[in-house]
Design a protein around this ligand. Structure first.
Ligand code: GLU
Length: 450
């Protein structure tokens, strides 16, 4: 049955939807032990309905740059499944954005959001707009033009977008401003807002901190190990990477790498986070090559000097690895290197950064592997906390959000590990996550009828 669904999906989706097909194939194969356990899944065509988005919205975004030149970009919102709650998921502004990429991200988001145990459905959106090199005013003008179209499809109880790659506090602020001007509604229609007007404390830190809380729990339960004093490698230099590094350092780990789209830094003394922030935080896009100017002992490797299937970050010996850049960045070759160097855990901070064959090898060799939909769910969870605060007109303090996040990440780990055990695939956190998430969504879909 699974092969038939995949073949049909391949026929009805074009080749540029490769990442979507990759994500669906991983999930459906994970579900093998469960699809025949309940006759209602077939009766209600749950799998076929689950892999078909409710709505794929595409629109034109036209805006004027600082030199009065007119630009046109594609804008998207994919509302995939709202069985558990309002559509929820980030917006990505990056030239690589296509319908296929967003369909994969929205599909993953259904499972991630289900794993949090919170009432949120799955969606994703964005644009092929490239924020690189744009002035603050250009970013604002683009965000306003994007919202002029998007506002008609979203709402605090309908669909609540947030940030993702290329969309942070600043962009959410501009998007919210325009939404309010058009609709006159002051409500929690977007999460990840600046704290000054309805944002939650800790939302910027949430994904990265959550990744580390998940890793800490997994290492404690599975290996009776801690992160204190351990060498860790992190890829990426965006919001998720920066806060993963920050929390790892707070727990005593020595983080020795980070990377951007052009190259990677290896600093055996430990990444200087203040410098990394100076180079990358708040939309600054200074090349990591600059890191060496003040840290001559560090090693900078240009990405173009490397073959396509190898990445400098994953060649560095480490106790645990945290891919926090983007999809499909950790290859079979990289996995082999990590294993040779004695890595015990790979914890995904990005969405689907590890290729399927690399995951298989890591699992076969006994490396603990956590899929992003489990370990990076802290971001969307704190987004839901923000929705909760907005709905009740409350403001929670930092410690309250942090405590709730820590507890929620431990719950996700438990849910995933127990489910894997229950279905005979102990320590396979990919299958555990997919099965646990599926059961919750499928039950809601059945109870809500066709
Ligand atoms: N973009 C983030 C993710 O991949 C956050 C989504 C949200 O907060 O809605 O989960």
């Amino acid at each position: 049955m699974i092969e038939k669904i995949l073949a049909n999906l391949e026929k009805s989706n074009c080749m540029s939807d490769d990442t979507f097909l990759q994500a669906v194939s991983e999930v459906l194969h994970s579900l093998e032990p469960i699809v025949n356990s309940d006759t209602r899944y077939e009766q209600f065509a749950i799998l076929e309905r689950l892999v078909t988005p409710d709505r794929v919205i595409q629109f034109k975004v036209q805006w004027v740059d600082d030199h009065n030149c007119v630009h046109i970009n594609n804008g998207y919102r994919i509302q995939f499944n709202n069985s558990l709650g309002p559509y929820k998921g980030g917006l990505r502004f990056h030239p690589s954005v296509t319908t296929g990429v967003l369909k994969f991200l929205a599909f993953e988001q259904i499972f991630k959001n289900s794993l949090t145990g919170l009432p949120i459905g799955g969606a994703k959106g964005g644009s092929d707009f490239d924020p690189k090199g744009k002035s603050d005013f250009e970013i604002m003008k683009f965000c306003r033009a994007y919202m002029r179209e998007l506002h008609q499809y979203i709402g605090a109880r309908v669909d609540v977008p947030a940030g993702d790659i290329g969309v942070g506090n600043r962009e959410i602020g501009y998007l919210f401003g325009e939404y309010k001007r058009i609709t006159r509604n002051y409500d929690g229609v977007l999460s990840g807002k600046p704290y000054a007007f309805g944002g939650s404390l800790m939302r910027p830190q949430a994904t990265g901190y959550g990744v580390v809380y998940f890793a800490r729990e997994m290492l404690k339960e599975e290996l009776q190990e801690s992160l204190d004093g351990k060498v860790c490698t992190v890829s990426g230099a965006g919001n998720v990477a920066i806060h993963t590094i920050e929390k790892l350092q707070q727990l005593g780990a020595i983080v020795v790498t980070c990377s951007d789209s052009e190259g990677a830094i290896y600093d055996p003394h430990g990444i200087d986070l203040a410098l990394l922030r100076h180079l990358k935080d708040e939309g600054k896009r200074i090349s990591l090559a600059e890191y060496k100017n003040s840290h001559a002992h560090a090693l900078y490797t240009q990405k173009s000097d490397y073959p396509k299937e190898a990445h400098a970050v994953w060649e560095i010996p480490c106790f645990a690895a945290f891919p926090c850049a983007t999809q499909n960045e950790l290859t079979l070759n990289d996995a082999q290197k990590l294993i040779e160097n004695g890595c015990v855990a790979v914890v995904e901070g990005a969405n689907m950064p590890t290729f399927p064959d690399a995951i298989e090898l890591l699992q076969r060799e006994g490396v603990l592997f956590s899929p992003g939909k489990a370990s990076n769910a802290g971001g969307v969870a704190v987004s839901e906390f923000e929705m909760s605060q907005n709905a009740s007109m409350e403001k929670w303090d930092f410690d309250k959000v942090d405590r709730k996040l820590d507890e929620l990440m431990r719950q996700i780990y438990k849910r995933v590990a127990l489910t894997a055990k229950e279905y005979g695939c102990e320590r396979n956190f990919v299958d555990g996550a997919n099965i646990a998430a599926f059961k919750r969504v499928a039950e809601a879909m059945i109870l809500e009828g066709v």
